[in-house]
Ligand binder design. Sequence first.
Ligand SMILES: Nc1ncnc2c1ncn2[C@@H]1O[C@H](COP(=O)(O)OS(=O)(=O)O)[C@@H](OP(=O)(O)O)[C@H]1O
Length: 406
Amino acid sequence: MAPLGPAGAHPASAEPLSRSVFRKFLLMLCSLLTSLYVFYCLAERCRTLSAPVVELSGGSEEVGALGRGVLAAGPKELALWPAAARSKRLLQLQRRRRRRPPASNNDHDEAAWEEDTPGLAAGLGGSGAGSSVAEAPQGTLALLLDEGSKQLPQAIIIGVKKGGTRALLEFLRVHPDVRAVGAEPHFFDRSYDKGLAWYRDLMPRTLEGQITMEKTPSYFVTREAPARISAMSKDTKLIVVVRDPVTRAISDYTQTLSKRPDIPTFESLTFKNRSTGLIDTSWSAIQIGIYAKHLELWLRHFPVGQMLFVSGERLISDPAGELGRVQDFLGLKRIITDKHFYFNKTKGFPCLKKAEGSSKPHCLGKTKGRTHPEIDPAVVQRLREFYRPFNLKFYQMTGHDFGWDG
Ligand SMILES: Nc1ncnc2c1ncn2[C@@H]1O[C@H](COP(=O)(O)OS(=O)(=O)O)[C@@H](OP(=O)(O)O)[C@H]1O
């Protein structure tokens, strides 16, 4: 009998220690690889399963369930969905976001949407109240998902100041295929030197088929704006909300008065010489209302068919009717109808039945629909006479009688 080895094993049947350890290691590696492979296959199977589809037009419970599911999921879970499902999810989230009120009746929030709030354009980059309320959550999510892209606007509400431009934009945002920047970019009048890339970066992300929009009412009276917008794209659709120039002038004055209560009276600002009745056309409140003159400049760069003139008066008396025209003009399905509006007696204006993202009604803030001061009727009459020939010219140019002259 041969002597036992040091470990007590028979020397002929015993393997060297290192070999047995190596075998065990190989076995473990194989089983690890196998389980990794099985895990990978399972993951792949999950990946190819379609994400649950929720009917967009369905009841609020379904939308609520979707919101909880998606919002509870982290970016990693979202990344596991196939691209088409992710697009749909993003679209659903965008629709949910649009239902959230972009500006509450809170004065501070509303002020962020005013055209003349200083620093708004800079705020669009992230710090402005308007931009952060409207864009940050959705934009961030889109960024995480790497879905959608920022586009230059295909349609712009170019004017007119105090015409009802905010109401039009807020109503349009109800449409699932419209994405609009909340605050006024003022690119073509104040920030043109920042370049188109800067401008595009202000825009919200859009998916295919969605229209990017913005509104800056001062464009209509900016001499350089027509050529600049045409240089961006000759196909840009232009929307102008016009309102009786006399009421518009009083509205404009009322806004200034609310910020600087010590300004002279409307009557004294209207005239160069009150006794001769000579109107001061250099006063911007008067100048902006000479629509025919401003329009001439636009028609040098755009055919009239590429411009839509919305009646500010009808936007109040029949918002769904005007929104129907706008949706047609933009090539959108008529989704915004009279079902979306109700007349709020306290506000004295039409409001949205449902604010974005909630079931609550939503009216514009208190800077929209201010009470105007009493103006001497003789001055109003003189202004009517002043505007009449310009109005008639404007009706001719647009092929539309807005009915401001009786
Ligand atoms: N639905 C609704 N709610 C409130 N206000 C409404 C609405 N529709 C139109 N309007 C009229 O909009 C006028 C303000 O116009 P803008 O939004 O173009 O003003 S701004 O140029 O952006 O400051 C504002 O002018 P004022 O009444 O003089 O305040 C309103 O008459």
